[in-house]
Write a protein that binds this ligand. Structure first.
Ligand code: ADP
Ligand code: MG
Length: 401
């Protein structure tokens, strides 16, 4: 018999009663594609118009979709592809819709082999040269006469890491396909990525362009309200909580993903605290938690010398509140000596301090010292406990803390 004070029993019971908060958690996940996408009617129509020719077996234009993260690009494109496949089914035509997230795929080769495997190209276990993969893809598409729509999501990650060679290959494939055809759609979170493209690749990829604008706070409110209705039990989420998530998401470049994360985490917080409702306070706690998680990840992935500079700052700050750039350097230098690492110059460290400020970890203020000129005062702009926890994940720094 389990005792009431048994910790596992408590967890299980809490989970069972948690149904009171969530109705369907999956609805609040990133990759969930909702059955309606409010405030994206225009973008959905544009994408549908561009891809519609596949219904009659003609090639549509290549298209470049861009907009900031969380503006609904991925969800919208997946939605249109699903609807198009449905329509094709009902009129007896067919196409291959291939979706690849380039950032997750990681390399040109993996992107291309994913496209190949969707075209039933046999790939030997040992791998092939990229050029050979392209040839086999062309042969297979020709022999099957296939119409394909290839969506390269987060294509900016691919181009920044590997250049535009694969895009060049894919845009060129069409000229060699005869009766078959390939429509290419690139989705980018970053507009400046166009600068990385050869003009020929750019003009071929961006025969059409669709821009996704950031959401406004009222638009985010509608999106969240609809998701909340499906994801949470009735009446659990207060209107104030939705408004706050929408406002915070709007301030964060109109990002629906951030707003949804916030709502989901707020729900988890309410659940763990065994509250009956998700209110503004839960959202505020959720915001703090998400910010801290983000800070933790940023600090953890800083390069070694930046971490040493940060540790040096912390160790001097704990005595005097603020540190001068001179004190910071001395402390950094001592840490380097201690760890047996060659220290960087004053100037390089100054650059690292500026980068830490840009990352929202430090605050720098230039103070006048009267006739002694000016000096930089450095302080922490983020919770010390989180920074220390992130720094101590490194065994080298752990010894220095
Ligand atoms: P992007 O690809 O532009 O970064 P996503 O399509 O991944 O953005 O959208 C982020 C999250 O917000 C996803 O969970 C998505 O379902 C949701 N979302 C975005 N726009 C809408 C919308 N108009 N209606 C409902 N949910 C949306
Ligand atoms: Mg996306």
């Amino acid at each position: 018999m389990a005792l009431r004070s048994d910790p596992l029993e408590v967890i299980f019971d809490r989970f069972l009663t948690s149904r009171a908060i969530f109705k369907n958690r999956d609805v609040l996940r990133h990759d969930f594609v909702p059955s309606r996408l409010p405030h994206r009617e225009e973008e959905l129509s544009r994408v549908a118009e561009i891809l519609a020719p596949v219904l009659t077996g003609t090639r549509g234009s290549n298209v470049l979709v861009y907009g900031k993260t969380g503006t609904g690009k991925t969800a919208s494109v997946k939605y249109v592809l699903a609807r198009l496949a449905e329509k094709c089914g009902s009129v007896g035509s067919s196409f291959k819709g291939i979706y690849v997230n380039c950032r997750l795929a990681g390399t040109e080769y993996r992107v291309l082999s994913k496209i190949c495997s969707m075209h039933a190209v046999q790939l030997p276990f040992t791998g092939l040269a990229t050029a050979e993969l392209s040839n086999r893809l062309i042969e297979s598409m020709k022999s099957h006469g296939s119409y394909s729509i290839v969506v390269l999501d987060e294509v900016d990650a691919l181009v920044k890491g590997f250049g535009d060679r694969l895009l060049y290959e894919l845009t060129r494939i069409n000229e060699l396909l005869g009766a078959a055809s390939l429509t290419l759609m690139g989705i980018s979170n970053d507009l400046s990525f166009k600068e990385y493209l050869d003009p020929r690749v750019l003009s071929s990829l961006s025969e059409e362009e669709v821009v996704f604008k950031p959401y406004t706070a009222p638009e985010l409110r509608d999106i969240l309200a609809e998701r909340a209705k499906e994801g949470f039990a009735e009446g659990v989420v207060s209107p104030g909580a939705i408004d706050l998530c929408a406002a915070l998401g709007a301030a964060e470049h109109g990002d629906a993903r951030r707003a949804l994360d916030l709502l989901r985490v707020a729900g988890e917080i309410a659940e763990r605290a065994e509250r009956k409702t998700v209110d503004e306070e839960c959202v505020r706690i959720a915001w703090k938690k998400i910010e801290e998680d983000r800070l933790y990840q940023v600090v953890k992935s800083l390069p070694l010398h930046s971490r040493l500079v940060l540790l040096g700052t912390i160790q001097t700050t704990s005595k005097s509140g603020k540190v001068t750039s001179g004190e910071c350097y001395t402390s950094y230098n001592a840490l380097c000596q201690h760890a047996g690492i060659e220290p960087l110059t004053h100037r390089r460290v100054s650059t690292l301090v500026n980068e830490l400020e840009e990352a929202g970890i430090l605050i720098c203020k230039i103070m006048s010292q009267g006739r002694y000129g000016r000096t930089k005062r450095i302080s922490l702009s983020a919770p010390l406990s989180v920074i220390e926890k992130a720094l101590s994940t490194d065994s080298l720094l752990q010894n220095l803390i």
